[in-house]
Design a protein around this ligand. Structure first.
Ligand SMILES: Nc1ncnc2c1ncn2[C@@H]1O[C@H](COP(=O)(O)OP(=O)(O)OP(=O)(O)O)[C@@H](O)[C@H]1O
Ligand SMILES: O=P(O)(O)OC[C@H]1O[C@H](OP(=O)(O)OP(=O)(O)O)[C@H](O)[C@@H]1O
Ligand SMILES: [Mg+2]
Length: 283
């Protein structure tokens, strides 16, 4: 059986979450700081640790079968790969930002201005679409300091909390794209059996992350009202308790509904509510 290769970021924003996801899929591998390639002992897979910019091309060329990388990097490298799964981490936006005190009020004011970025391809397409002609200055990092140094009038860079913009006297001006980490594969890789198995494991971990396992006690009289509030995977399990008119209800609740549902459940007569994380949900 052919051993698959998956490329993940060696160090940086996506490294830790990528390693955690693969470990949660039950894959055993060493993760030394010095590792560039690490075999998985219990699945025919090798993990390549790379600079994130190189991952899309490795996958496009089939050197790696799979990769975990930000959508922003895929768009910037303009590769032909299959998007297999959004992964829910590394969420950020690519934004144009301008100094707090400036005369740029509308997009048209960017005409003839210098914009520093590490994303010249994405920015170029965005400006073309908007009919703006700016001077795109490509630099490889620390973009936020360039207006202060007189290198540019604006920047285009990734933002999540906005803290880096703020501490450099900049404010967001326009949204260019939003991004998160995704699993990509070489074209046609969706049809490979091993890749499908790995994707099923990944999906079961992601599904579990979005939900909580809830156990609660309720008087039989209130059972219907409580069940009506529970959007379970299927119907909830109802288990008799030693006290004859009480039962325990076991179910799975989407995390996003969690707090709303908990207060409604208490109002409906639920007691002793225990909430537990779920490791995997296999459908
Ligand atoms: N502030 C942020 N919050 C959330 N996700 C982010 C943030 N900044 C970047 N990302 C996402 O994480 C990816 C990796 O970011 P990082 O800063 O580690 O890249 P890098 O410095 O280019 O790393 P490398 O050394 O691998 O080239 C980005 O391409 C983006 O998708
Ligand atoms: O809005 P914030 O939460 O402040 O995040 C934004 C910063 O995060 C990223 O850089 P990172 O910290 O990953 O460092 P790098 O530029 O050296 O890769 C990005 O390039 C911004 O500088
Ligand atoms: Mg990089």
């Amino acid at each position: 059986m052919k051993t698959l290769k998956i490329a993940i970021q060696k160090s940086g924003r996506l490294n830790e979450k990528s390693v955690e996801l693969l470990k949660n899929c039950g894959l055993n591998f060493e993760n030394y700081k010095s590792s560039l390639i690490s075999p998985v002992s219990n699945f025919p897979l090798e993990i390549l640790f790379l600079r994130d910019d190189d991952i899309p091309e490795y996958v496009q060329d089939g050197i790696a079968d799979l990769g975990i990388v930000g959508e922003n990097v895929i768009e910037e490298t303009e590769v032909e790969v299959a998007y297999l799964q959004r992964l829910g981490f590394g969420k950020c936006s690519l934004k144009i930002a301008v100094p707090n005190n400036n005369d740029i009020a509308t997009l048209a004011d960017l005409n003839g201005k210098a914009i520093a970025t590490t994303y010249p391809v994405i920015l170029g397409k965005y400006l073309k679409e908007k009919g703006i002609t700016s001077d795109i200055r490509t630099i490889s990092g620390s973009v936020e300091i360039s207006p202060g140094l007189g290198l540019s009038d604006a920047i285009c860079d990734l933002v999540s909390t906005g803290g880096t913009l703020k501490s450099n006297g900049l404010k967001p001006f326009a949204d260019v794209m939003s991004s998160e980490a995704v699993l990509i594969g070489s074209k046609g890789s969706e049809n490979n059996d091993l890749i499908q198995e790995l994707m099923q494991r990944i999906q079961s971990v992601l599904r579990a992350k979005e939900t909580k396992y809830v156990v609660l006690n309720v008087k039989r009289d209130n059972l219907d009202a409580v069940i009506a509030l529970l959007p379970g995977v299927k119907s909830p399990s109802v288990v008799p308790l030693a006290e004859a008119d009480w039962v325990a209800v076991h179910t799975v609740i989407p995390e996003r509904d969690f707090w709303d549902r908990i207060s409604q459940l208490k109002q409906a007569g639920a007691q002793g509510i225990v909430v537990m994380p779920i490791e995997k949900i296999i459908l």
